[in-house]
Write a new protein. Structure first.
Length: 330
């Protein structure tokens, strides 16, 4: 069975083709880059609509299949930006009805976890998912993917990006902050906010910007920003690992590119007696293969949808999704 998955929650329009054994036949994406500032949802959606055809053709061609070979369509129904979600959903519905094949809505955050489990062989990880649009600590428990901790305001990737923009670094800011942080020497105290199991990064971001305006050294500030944000992420992940007694930790999302964060999580995992996994970067970011694979899992386990049940859900929470493919197996 072949599933074609469409990703379109935010800046990426992606199409992936995956077979029912988990082989990724193709994974083609195009990323909208705003000329300045953050993502404008309507502009991103227009970008997706303009690129949908060529990304789709590219994925079919790279997979060396015919469109008529596709048995199932899946798409990212949320969480994400409304106009982007609706564009991807429209493409998915059109394809499913034209090909007369089933369609499955996929939760974007769960898809990040599932593609990592597929390719890394992690069976039951506590996952730290950190990107420009999301920050969650996710683990499977009692039939669902539960959110053990999450940001109460901005995602950690957004914290790095906005800080970078405010201090004059290019977008996306994460890699530039990481580069400068390596040359930082002095730790500058910044607001460290963990509330229960949840996180907050907006106070950290504004204080770091304020200190830069007051003449603080940029390298020291990048270093301190990373140390503070990442320590909070690792703290919450560690408590989730201790609570669930899981033996695997996985890191994914665009911020997974950061070697300092990897090092800190790796160390924590060792101390907790857990194995540490990071999927290859092309599978950590947003792409269609993760949507296709999660679509296959859902379809194989009896998830059925009619076209009229494929409304997008901008705030679709990870813990609202039934996960029949994992209920019988831990
Ligand atoms: P995504 O939203 O998954 O596409 O990931 C994009 C986010 O990852 C942006 O916020 C980037 O700044 C961030 N990012 C990319 N590379 C790095 C890095 N080396 N260190 C920290 N953040 C990064
Ligand atoms: Mg993502």
């Amino acid at each position: 069975m072949l599933c074609l998955g469409i990703e379109g929650t935010a800046h990426t329009f992606g199409v992936g083709i995956v077979d029912s054994s988990g082989k990724i036949l193709s994974n083609v994406s195009r990323v909208y880059v705003p000329s300045k500032g953050g993502i404008h949802p309507r502009d991103a959606a227009q970008f997706h609509a303009a690129n949908a055809r060529s990304v789709l053709d590219g994925a079919i061609k790279a997979a060396k299949v015919e469109i008529s070979d596709i048995d199932l369509i899946s798409f990212s129904a949320g969480p994400g930006l409304g106009p982007c979600l609706r564009t991807a959903a429209t493409a998915a519905r059109a394809l499913a009805s034209w090909l007369d094949v089933p369609i499955v809505s996929v939760n974007h955050c769960i898809a990040h976890v599932e593609i990592g489990r597929l390719t890394e062989g992690a069976r039951d990880p506590v996952t730290l998912y950190v990107s420009g649009g999301n920050t969650q600590v996710i683990a499977f428990d009692a039939g669902r993917y539960r959110v053990f901790g999450e940001t109460l305001d901005i995602p950690v990737g957004n914290c790095l990006d906005v800080f970078a923009r405010e201090v004059g670094l290019p977008h996306p800011g994460g890699p530039h902050v990481e580069r400068l942080a390596r040359r930082g020497k002095k730790y500058i105290q910044l607001p460290y906010v963990v509330k229960g199991m949840d996180l907050s990064f907006s106070g950290l971001m504004t204080d770091a910007v304020r200190r830069h305006r007051a003449g603080g050294d940029l390298r020291d500030l990048c270093f301190s920003l990373q140390e503070t944000a990442f320590a909070a992420l690792v703290e919450v992940t560690e408590r989730a690992v201790a609570h669930t007694e899981k033996k695997e930790v996985m890191l994914t999302g665009g911020v997974a590119a950061n070697s300092r964060l990897r090092k800190m999580l790796n160390l924590m995992s060792k101390e907790q007696g857990a194995k540490f996994y990071v999927p290859p970067m092309e599978l950590c970011g947003d792409q269609g293969a993760m949507i296709a694979w999660t679509g296959i899992l859902a379809h194989k386990h009896g998830v059925k949808q009619r076209l009229e049940d494929t409304m997008v859900k901008q705030r679709w929470r990870t813990d609202e999704v039934d996960v029949p493919w994992r209920e019988s197996r831990k």
